[in-house]
Write a protein that binds this ligand. Structure first.
Ligand code: AHG
Ligand code: MN
Ligand code: MN
Length: 334
């Protein structure tokens, strides 16, 4: 029997495309995927492992943390802090960057992550995931400062996610397209199953939380009203809607079969220009979407060009099929 291409093999072969590569990056990505296997195993044991429910604490964004948010956060920190590849880490679940322990050499990369995305779906058996973004540290070999993480998304050297859905999948890009791997549980390896994922320019499927409609601005109101008008409306065809409520799952669907995803600007709270966080949700997902031929915008600008101002800053997100994203951007211009 042929096992197929393992993720480790793929990473090493891809790293050879970069002249002078030391193997540091391949090691880093490998260790990260081990954490994703561990987190997936906890998610799939669910109620059996006593990992469901609230942890009784709040994170820096004022959101209640689930036990699995904290278990996943700890799994990534502990899988990554000893490797010598990193100069620091930023997580959704921690106010400040996580420093590398004193005894460990400081590396040349920064890791930013959402340890468990889709927290509201953990306890009800719906797909969740882990989102990650890797940057180069401005100065290798010393402790990263908070400002070091504030790099625009175009500077990412790698972005990806693990999806804990009907199977455990690992999707990532280092700038040579997007490839997907499926965990083969019998041997504990991710195997290449989705080569060079592409998003069609057009779609008839959209994802948005409709319950926020009254808070949206005019351009998004107009766009969604036109989709909902279907065959009889200006778009002259019916559109279908899907909203999982886990960004990982909604973006994965778009990478697999196309679509557009919107978590737009809304007027609920002027302190929060959107819900999703730039550094470890919007940026990595926008990188993958662009690498797959799609587009990602706030409505007024390309997400990957935004100069971040704080670690947990939020942004409006509109991403997916190129022609649909461009239409929403055009409505904002109007
Ligand atoms: P997280 O669980 O990491 O806080 O992220 C949840 C995010 C994202 O995954 C999803 O697209 C969005 O929140 C769903 O928000 P609503 O509950 O407002 O639909
Ligand atoms: Mn999230
Ligand atoms: Mn999360």
């Amino acid at each position: 029997m042929h096992i197929g291409t393992t993720l480790s093999q793929f990473i090493i072969e891809e790293t050879r495309l970069y002249p002078g590569s030391t193997g540091d990056f391949a090691g880093l990505l490998n260790d990260l995927t081990t954490a994703c296997k561990f987190i997936g195993a906890q998610v799939y044991r669910g109620g059996l492992a006593g990992v469901l429910g609230s942890a009784g604490t709040d994170n820096v964004q004022g959101e209640t943390q689930k036990k699995l948010d904290l278990i996943s956060n700890e799994a990534i920190l502990k899988s990554m802090d000893w490797t010598g590849h990193l100069a620091g880490m930023v997580s959704e679940e921690m106010d400040n960057p996580y420093p590398i322990p004193h005894s460990i050499p400081r590396g040349k990369y920064l890791l930013l992550f959402d340890p468990l995305d889709g927290s509201s779906n953990i306890d009800v058996g719906i797909s969740v995931g882990t989102i990650f973004s890797i940057l180069k540290a401005p100065i290798a070999g010393r402790d990263a400062e908070p400002a070091d993480f504030l790099q625009p998304g175009v500077e990412q050297v790698c972005a990806g996610y693990a999806l804990y859905g009907s199977c455990n999948m690992l999707i990532y890009s280092t700038g040579y397209g997007v490839n997907g791997f499926t965990l083969e549980p019998s041997i504990g390896e991710y195997i290449l199953t989705h080569t060079q994922m592409r998003i069609p320019d057009d779609t008839s499927e959209y994802a948005i939380n409709m319950s926020n409609q009254r808070h949206w601005q005019e351009p998004v109101q107009r766009y969604i009203n036109e989709l909902n008008a279907g065959k009889d409306g200006p778009r002259k065809r019916d559109f279908n809607m899907r909203w999982v409520g886990s960004m990982v799952a909604d973006v994965h669907r778009i990478l697999c079969r196309g679509g557009i995803f919107l978590y737009p600007f809304d007027l609920r709270d002027p302190q929060k220009p959107g819900k999703l966080r730039l550094l470890y949700e919007a940026n990595p997902m926008s990188y993958l979407i662009e690498q797959a031929g799609g587009a990602a915008s706030t409505g007024t600008r390309r997400i990957l060009d935004i100069e971040p101002t704080s670690l947990h800053q939020r942004v409006p997100v509109i991403l997916g099929a190129r022609n649909e994203v461009e239409r929403v951007v055009a409505y904002h211009r109007d």
